[in-house]
Ligand binder design. Structure first.
Ligand SMILES: [Fe+2]
Length: 452
């Protein structure tokens, strides 16, 4: 059995590498925290075959120190550096610039250690695949057995069955695991496709039946479905199940405001529900935009539908990091401490959302334009307030709705003295067309203050 020293601060990545190296490459993995700890080990275990390390740990130039040690000692050990690393090419050095690319690390390790790619490919998928616990919240049964993973040793896991296929389970069971900090359940890998279709079908059915006890329960199911749908579409694209689910969610979002004639009370319910930022911003934007359109006399069904689709998909690329959706100006983006990768994600998200919705075969025409314009640019890149006259009316309506809801959510999060949000909108958007749109928003809000 080969021996591998692993220096990786990220606990999840460390576990993932350790289990895969053990299972698929047949290596004994020895985790270490720093270069000096690794060198101490190399001094007693001269037959270590491979070191996998980050370029640096805090201020320590970990990879450089280890590389120097290998050269000074004429050691045969190979070294894989994970992440950006300035270097000159060396025989024993492999740099994987793409950080957290665990599959490349495993396949490279297999090559270094002489494990054939064929045998690796045969076993490349683990027997069980993780499914986020939130997928189980709106369900009450599963189409396959469901397991939890328990750590036996540093690199070995055991899977224990917790839900039997077809059996009913209670919400309390899922809440109990969630409260204990469980992030994933596991299902057998051969059920992966079945399971996601099962979840989508189940949610669509539940939303379409619409026999919720009250609006709060309906909002809860819409928000859970919304998160699942965004995640599935972002990762797997559109298929018949996700298209059907999107359709059911959008219809439910629209009907939620029809059932409660007082718009502000729906906004109030959504903002106070236990749900994520993307859902709250999406649903509230669709309601507010539709109200503005009504007040401007363009309340056809197609406009309502288009604005709802745009609300649903505008920030889909932030599904793994909702807080990025709070950035709404170039100055905020520049002064934030986001990584280069996230900076690009924020800068291009309007265009990315527009390109994605074009792949939806049943989306209303021109939704992509509204999404592309939703931060004021004509090409979907960055943020602007100078292009307003060039944008179509529905884009203008949508921008005002997005900004109003963002301010509302911001106020809810920050607290403090209530301030008139519309006054800020008037200051920011001073062209006559935009003033008309803000006035239409004011008409909706007049004498119906949105309470915190
Ligand atoms: Fe956005």
């Amino acid at each position: 059995m080969s021996q591998v020293i692993l220096i990786e601060e990220n606990e999840n990545l460390r576990d993932l590498l350790a289990i895969n190296l053990k299972t698929y490459v047949g290596s004994e993995v020895i985790p270490r925290s720093t270069a000096s700890e690794a060198i101490d080990l190399l001094n007693i275990l001269p037959n270590v075959d491979l070191i996998i390390t980050q370029a640096r740990v805090d201020d320590e130039q970990t990879a450089n120190i280890l590389l120097q040690y290998i050269k000074d000692n004429n050691s045969d050990v190979s070294i894989i550096v994970n992440g950006q690393f300035d270097h000159v090419d060396e025989e024993k050095l492999i740099v994987i610039q793409e950080e957290k690319d665990w599959e490349t690390i495993i396949s490279t390790s297999a090559q270094v250690l002489g494990v054939s790619i064929e045998s690796l490919e045969k076993r490349v998928l683990p027997e069980f695949i993780p499914i986020e616990i939130r997928y189980f919240l709106p369900l009450d049964s599963s189409c396959c057995d469901v397991f939890i993973r328990i750590k036996k040793t540093a690199t070995e896991y055991q899977f224990v069955k917790r839900i039997h296929a077809g059996d009913r389970y209670s919400r309390q069971l899922i809440d109990k695991y969630r409260d204990q900090g469980l992030i994933y359940f596991y299902i057998p890998k051969e059920y992966q496709n079945n399971f996601t279709n099962y979840v989508s079908d189940h949610l669509s059915q539940k939303l379409d039946e619409d026999n919720f006890k009250n609006i709060d329960q309906k909002i809860e199911v819409i928000s859970q479905s919304y998160d699942i749908a965004l995640n599935e579409i972002k990762n797997l694209g559109f298929n018949s199940a996700t298209i059907q689910l999107t359709d059911s969610i959008i219809k439910s979002m629209i009907s939620a405001s029809k059932n409660l004639p007082e718009v502000n009370s729906v906004l109030h319910k959504v903002i106070n529900s236990k749900s994520g930022y993307l859902y709250q911003h999406g649903h509230m934007t669709s309601i507010v935009a539709n109200e503005i359109a009504k007040n401007l006399g363009i309340n056809q069904e197609l406009v309502t539908l288009r604005l709802a689709y745009a609300s649903f998909f505008k920030d889909i690329t932030f599904v793994d990091n909702e807080s990025l959706a709070k950035i709404s100006t170039f100055e905020e983006l520049e002064s934030s401490s986001v990584s280069e990768e996230d900076w690009d994600l924020v800068f291009n998200h309007a265009l990315d959302g527009a390109l994605l919705i074009r792949k939806h075969p049943e989306a209303p025409i021109d939704v992509d334009t509204i999404i592309k314009n939703h931060h004021g640019t004509t090409n979907g890149k960055g943020f602007s307030i100078n292009n307003m006259p060039k944008l179509p009316l529905e884009s203008k309506i949508f921008i005002i709705a997005c900004e109003f809801v963002r301010e509302l959510l911001d106020f809810k999060e920050r607290g403090g003295k209530p301030h008139p949000i519309v006054d800020q909108l008037y200051k920011r958007y001073s062209s006559p067309e935009m003033i008309k749109v803000i006035k239409a928003l004011e008409k909706t809000l007049r004498s119906k203050v949105v309470k915190k």
